[in-house]
Design a binder for this molecule. Structure first.
Ligand code: NAD
Ligand code: USQ
Length: 392
């Protein structure tokens, strides 16, 4: 199977590309490296150092004999996208290549517009290129559990049966996303669903929960194969942030009361879910939705779990919530379709936390404590980064 991984230089794209390569796929990676530019813009870095893509690809070849092809370019550039798909002729396109931080999309008008243009235009270019070049290509698209929001009823896997005024239908599950970023995923989902109907494309929309962890069996082979580990207030996600905060003896920053409940997934399961989706494609015209999460926890429970695993030095601090979100709500999500395909989830365990603490310990000197405090408030239309002390 020929698999093109868009966004293959990122936190999830890189380990997934290696997992697919090890499973025997002929893998190509495409990336614009814009994620590395956000680091420069924000003045932060991955806690774990990441090598340039060509170094990582060289190390993978040296260790395993497996070749990964590379395309450097921006998928919002239609010419680049068409040329790449014509040149590589993938069976499957795995699409990770979007601006993925909700806080980044709330910095100001420019960042909100950038997020939606980057995400929507990139996906539209892929859809048009698939239709024009080969409609049999299977698109595996990374969406997000946050597309659903937090309704007061159970969340189904993509679709809900509704009875209205005596008539019944199975309709897309209502979407109530909580940020400009999460909205971009909803708009993508609509565009993908429409092009499956209009042009006979086939796609899997993976509504993924928050990913945690930093290593997969493949990235652990050599430090030069490491993937990112973000802990800052813009790109760091909650569990990874709490682990780094605990190691730095910084209070764990729970926003509000911490009742916000979210779906979570281990990074090793992300890579496996993509493999399962790619190797079990939908029918032509089918727009398929999987909820890609393995367990639900509230933010307060995540903080408590991390603090208890760390021991006495860990403290929890409840901050004024910078986001507009419900922090007490119902959350019960159907997520059986990937399990039906064979996923055997890794659930959050003491062992995983111990190994994550070890990774954070090994690199804690690279951490910038000033990058931890949240500074982007959903209620403001313009946010400016706090003044930081000059570097020595
Ligand atoms: P990431 O930012 O680390 O990786 C995304 C990659 O895409 C980066 O390398 C970036 O340079 C590239 N990219 C962005 N826009 C591009 C463009 N226009 N052209 C080419 N390359 C471009 O993010 P991640 O955490 O690996 O997330 C990957 C995907 O999974 C995203 O779509 C995200 O929304 C989704 N997702 C992530 C999580 C999570 O917890 N990290 C959870 C659910 C869903
Ligand atoms: N939170 C805290 N303290 C922190 C950081 C976050 O309490 O220090 C809270 C947030 O308020 C939120 C929850 O934790 O309620 C999750 O925040 P997050 O930053 O970990 O995750 P989120 O913004 O939802 O985004 C992340 C990824 C995104 C992906 C999404 C999956 O960045 O790409 O789409 O998780 S989901 O949440 O299921 O939509």
């Amino acid at each position: 199977m020929r698999t093109l991984v868009l966004g293959g230089d990122g936190y999830l794209g890189w380990p997934t590309a290696l997992h697919l390569s090890e499973a025997g796929h002929d893998v190509a990676i495409a990336d614009s490296f814009v994620r590395r530019q956000y680091d420069h813009e924000l003045g932060v870095e991955s806690l774990v150092p990441v090598e340039p893509l060509h170094t990582r690809v060289g190390v993978w070849k040296e260790l395993t004999g497996r070749q990964l092809s590379m395309f450097r370019g921006d998928i919002t550039d239609a010419e680049f996208t068409y040329e790449m798909i014509r040149g590589f002729r993938p069976d499957t396109i795995v699409h990770f290549a979007e601006q993925r931080a909700a806080p980044y999309s709330h910095i100001d008008r420019q960042h909100a517009v950038y997020t939606q243009v980057n995400n929507l235009v990139g996906t539209l270019n892929i859809l048009f290129a698939m239709a024009d070049i080969d409609p049999a290509i299977h698109l595996v698209k990374l969406g997000t559990m946050g597309e659903y929001g937090t309704p007061n009823i159970d969340i189904e896997e993509g679709w809900i049966e509704i009875e209205h005024k005596g008539r019944k239908d199975v309709l897309p599950y209502p979407k109530q996303p909580g940020s400009f970023y999460h909205l971009s995923k909803v708009h993508d989902s609509h565009n993908i669903m429409f092009t499956c109907r209009a042009w006979g494309l086939r796609a899997t929309d993976l509504n993924q929960g928050i990913v945690y962890g930093q290593q997969t069996p493949q990235t652990a082979l050599d430090p030069r194969l490491a993937t990112r580990f973000d802990y800052d207030a813009v790109f760091g996600t909650v569990l990874n942030r709490f682990v780094v905060q605990a190691v730095l003896a910084h209070p764990l920053t729970v926003y509000g009361s911490g009742g916000q409940t979210r779906g979570l997934i281990d990074i090793r399961d992300t890579a496996e879910c993509i493999l399962l989706a790619a190797e079990n494609p939908p029918e032509p015209c089918e727009f398929r939705v999987f909820n890609q999460m393995t367990e639900s926890l509230s933010v307060a429970e995540i903080a408590k779990t991390v603090a208890e695993a760390r021991g006495e030095s860990a403290r929890i601090e409840y901050l004024d919530p910078p986001r507009v979100e419900a922090d007490t709500h119902h959350y019960n999500v159907a997520h059986s379709r990937l399990i039906d395909l064979g996923l055997e989830p890794h659930l959050l365990s003491e062992t995983l936390l111990t190994s994550l603490f070890a990774i954070a310990e090994a690199h804690k000197d690279r951490a910038d404590p000033e990058a931890i405090r949240p500074w982007i408030d959903w209620r403001r239309t313009t946010n400016r980064p706090p003044l930081t002390s000059p570097s020595p």
